[in-house]
Ligand binder design. Structure first.
Ligand code: AMP
Ligand code: MN
Ligand code: MN
Ligand code: MN
Length: 284
């Protein structure tokens, strides 16, 4: 068998903050030549059964997936879990607790936006929510675009939803230790998502990778829609340095908003261990 190259192990459906259903994503991934796919909704695995079935119907391999929100040294970091048992109770319970508090946070976000004259943002964002337990900043961004307050979601994040801006509410997510142990305890592998996104200092980034590795984390995203070509090379080197397997994923959310289409990024640089080789026995 020829080795898998077109693996896309990061994207979002209506079960979190994507705009397409798991079945529509599977169809799109398959049309783009994806050989191995994973749906990685934020803090939620409610779409896993549907995604696995749809992958099978299109003849694609499937790995279970999720993307857990973590607070590490005061910053939000995302940890992708792959190849776990989606029926694992500790994982399910941990994710449920991580989702808890999103509604309260959303109400506070809405209050912050009201103070700068944007009324009804909570109700407005809710109209875009597919899963009531998973109201996210993305849904607020869609509402502000729909209302004509901003032209596109990126602009909403820049002006309203990031640190120091009126709709930003600091939030405490899962610990790195818990997120990694929920994933590995369910037989899966933990992967640091889009490391370049965190804008860490070199010392902070070293601390993240060192602690992640010590906790049993096994992978890092090298080729992702959130990285530049230069960053592929930087994180390929980091993966080798820390002895981590490498992952590849578009982080696709929506045909209208995402700049990176499913299954279209460059393949992993050579000299890396693809995480899907290590997870071969978990492929459905
Ligand atoms: P939350 O989990 O509610 O804090 O929302 C985080 C989500 O917001 C991420 O997963 C992205 O989908 C989205 N996001 C974050 N920053 C941006 C940005 N600058 N432009 C567009 N979407 C963003
Ligand atoms: Mn998202
Ligand atoms: Mn992310
Ligand atoms: Mn993501």
């Amino acid at each position: 068998m020829t080795p898998i190259q077109n693996a896309d192990l990061h994207c979002h459906s209506t079960v979190s903050d994507g705009t397409l259903a798991p079945e529509a994503l599977a169809q799109r991934a398959s049309a783009n030549g994806v050989e191995l796919w994973a749906l990685t909704d934020h803090d939620e695995i409610g779409g896993q059964h549907r995604a696995a079935e749809a992958a099978k119907a299109h003849g694609m391999g499937y790995l279970t997936g999720t993307e857990i929100s973590v607070t590490f040294i005061g910053h939000t970091v995302h940890i992708v879990g792959l190849g776990f048992d989606a029926n694992n109770l500790t994982l399910k319970d941990g994710l449920r607790k991580t989702r808890g508090g999103r509604e309260e946070r959303a109400i506070e976000m809405s209050d912050g936006l009201a103070k700068v004259g944007i009324k009804g943002a909570f109700e407005g964002a809710l109209k875009f929510v597919g899963n009531p337990e998973l109201i996210s900043r993305t849904h607020f961004a869609r509402f502000l675009v729909e209302s004509g307050i901003c032209r596109e979601t990126n602009e909403v994040f820049r002006k309203y939803l990031t640190e120091g801006k009126p709709g930003f509410v600091p939030h405490r997510w899962a610990s790195l230790k818990d997120a990694v142990s929920w994933i590995t305890g369910a037989g899966g592998m933990a992967v640091i998502a889009h490391p370049a996104r965190y804008k860490f200092t070199p010392n902070e980034e070293f601390a993240l990778f060192t602690e992640f590795k010590a906790l049993g984390g096994q992978g890092v995203e090298v080729v992702t829609g959130s990285h530049t070509v230069a960053e592929y090379a930087i994180y390929a080197e980091t993966a080798r340095e820390f002895g981590l397997a490498a992952s590849r994923g578009s982080d696709f959310h929506s045909p209208d908003e995402s700049h990176t289409e499913l299954g279209t990024l460059p393949f992993l640089p050579s000299n890396l261990t693809p995480i899907w080789d290590v997870l071969a026995s978990r492929i459905q």
